[in-house]
Design a protein around this ligand. Sequence first.
Ligand SMILES: C[S@@+](CC[C@H](N)C(=O)[O-])C[C@H]1O[C@@H](n2cnc3c(N)ncnc32)[C@H](O)[C@@H]1O
Length: 326
Amino acid sequence: MEPLPAELSRVLELAAAKLPTGRLTDQTSRLIDRYQSDFPAPPGEPIVADDPAATAYALYRMPATYAAVRAALHQAALAMPGFAPRRHCDLGGGTGGAVWAVADTWPTITEHRVIEQSPAMITLGRRLASAGTGAVAGTAWDRGLLDGSLAIPPTDLITISYVLGELAPELRQTMITKLAQAAPTVAIIEPGTKAGYRRILDARKILITAGMRIAAPCPHAEPCPMAADDWCHFAVRVNRSSTHRMIKNAELSYEDEKFSYLIATREPAQPGAARIVRHPRYAKGRVLLTLCRRDPQIEQAVVAKRDQEGYRQARRADWGDRWPTG
Ligand SMILES: C[S@@+](CC[C@H](N)C(=O)[O-])C[C@H]1O[C@@H](n2cnc3c(N)ncnc32)[C@H](O)[C@@H]1O
């Protein structure tokens, strides 16, 4: 569980209170339909174009995108214990979920910058960030288009979360090539669908060819060993506030956000010997782990009770953790 920072939850609720619930519910169902269609949006024609849509986005999506980015960055921080970035740039930042996630992961950051095309997203993102502390409150918000001519300011870390699916394939390639030149560490987060995973695989190829190494989730830079009909993804549980449930017509008090991701870097990184790529399963005196190994291959590993230390770690391990967890 990666709960939203308390001050962010508070200011989100205040933003929700300014609009009639029916308006937010309509906007939410419109956005859900649009995002499910999984096709690119022409640059300069944002899907979220006005204040009610931005508020609906922030209420129903930001808790999930924040949690997914936070979970991915947590794995990066484990693989890169000496990494202490100062400058962060978030591309297609929407209402700024990644800013909050980066700030929580690396308090060394003194400068956040968001580049985003939608004025409505920027206005709300800025209002939300101003409720934060330190560098979050001082985030610079630039209205800008992700395209071949984008000049990315010098930075130690780029995040780009839930954006690649909105870019046409050629532009996506151009942008990833640009990212490899623009920052020593790049974090890409996408929905945990087959399409999202394929976009991550394409980006991975470009970043490795550009000389970057993978800090997470892959324990190697070889071709992905997942079976052709499978896809590498992870999940994080997200609390739903009562407003969230209401505007989404949802009953459960939580949802599981599935995501695929990649952290590529030129900094020192130790991705670990293997990654747990499914929920661990438990049997009497054994834990069954599906591992992506450095070799590379997918292994169904059995950790038995007689391996006392291994069993102790496996009982606590989660889908997405490095293995051994250490
Ligand atoms: C699904 S939202 C994700 C927002 C945020 N990164 C997050 O994780 O919550 C995609 C964002 O990318 C922005 N975007 C899409 N294409 C863009 C482009 N060509 N230039 C700038 N921003 C773009 C959209 O306006 C939108 O805010």
